[in-house]
Design a protein around this ligand. Structure first.
Ligand code: C5P
Length: 223
């Protein structure tokens, strides 16, 4: 019997991260945050003084990422890169932008492919990303594609930052999101797009709880 995988793809700010964390909790399944791997590659490259246009070196960095995902007492995992905790540093907008640059490189994606598949473990895996349903787990039992308007996604990100006591400009965030979307959707390798068999949800006017209910319901029917 194969181990079930539920993929959740979509643009930044679509609510993927939150939904995936809650799904993993509810189902008691493992979680793959694939975006973290691209963020970690970007951070590791900076550590080693590698420029973001040096594709060959970036591939080596991605292939040899020395990272640990340590389960904490809460639902949060602690991320340790080369012995240094980077849980918060990888979440900045700047690292997100760098991540989308390295993520456009085919050799980098290839270097991270097997590492992502290795996350599959019983009783199941929730895979959060951009190409989970299209490239990494084409055999997934359920594929979800979450979307929302750029304005709504920007305002969610804005509220997140403000609630953490950080200063932010809604306008800049929406502009950043649109630039990142364009890069993710228009790249030639593994562009962000729904798998043909994905359930597409526009979450613009939905609460997190509502999205969760729909996905759990789909999982019941397909799982
Ligand atoms: O999801 P997150 O914002 O952490 O992802 C950071 C960047 O990594 C995305 O903008 C995207 O360019 C890239 N990414 C990707 N494929 C994935 C996950 C993330 O290309 N499966």
């Amino acid at each position: 019997v194969s181990i079930p995988v539920i993929t959740v793809d979509g643009p930044s700010g679509s609510g993927k991260g939150t939904i995936c964390r809650l799904l993993a909790q509810r189902l008691g399944w493992h979680l793959l945050d694939s975006g973290a791997l691209y963020r970690l590659t970007a951070v590791a490259a900076r550590h080693h003084g590698i420029s973001l246009d040096d594709e060959e070196s970036l591939q080596v960095v991605a292939a040899h990422l020395d990272v640990q995902f340590l389960a904490g007492t809460t639902d949060d995992v602690k991320i340790v890169l080369e012995g240094e905790e980077v849980t918060d540093t990888i979440r900045t907008e700047a690292v997100g932008a760098d991540a989308s640059v390295v993520a456009a490189m085919a050799p980098v994606r290839q270097a991270l492919l097997q590492r992502q598949r290795d996350f599959v473990a019983a009783p199941g895996l929730i895979a959060d990303g951009r190409d989970m349903g299209t490239v990494i787990f084409p055999e997934a039992c359920l594929k979800v594609y979450l979307d929302a308007s750029a304005e709504e996604r920007g305002s969610r990100r804005y509220k997140q930052l403000i609630s953490k006591g950080l200063s932010a400009s809604l306008e800049d965030i929406v502009l950043d999101l649109k630039a990142r979307d364009a890069r993710d959707m228009n790249r030639s390798v593994s562009p962000l797009k729904p798998a043909p068999d994905a359930v597409i949800l526009d979450t613009t006017k939905m609460t997190i709880e509502e999205v969760l209910e729909v996905v759990l319901d789909e999982a019941k029917h397909k799982g």
